[in-house]
Design a protein around this ligand. Structure first.
Ligand SMILES: [Zn+2]
Length: 67
């Protein structure tokens, strides 16, 4: 019985499989930080949307299921 898990996110992996989160997670966070602006109420909004006047609210990262 295999029991491989990602050290970073805890996702279950097949033997020899490398989780795609490794190395990309920090990049994604940085990219998100560049693209999004956090409102006073904690909602993340696209800076592009703000500039265009389109208030497209995005779900926060924590709302997405991990793994
Ligand atoms: Zn992972």
């Amino acid at each position: 019985m295999y029991n491989y898990r990602c050290d970073s996110c805890g996702a279950y992996l097949d033997p020899g499989e490398r989780c795609t989160c490794s190395g990309t997670h920090e990049k994604n966070l940085q990219m998100v930080d560049e693209l999004l602006s956090e409102e006073q109420d904690g909602q993340m909004m696209l800076k592009e949307a703000l500039e265009n006047g389109t208030h497209t609210r995005l779900r926060r990262m924590e709302d997405y299921p991990s793994g």
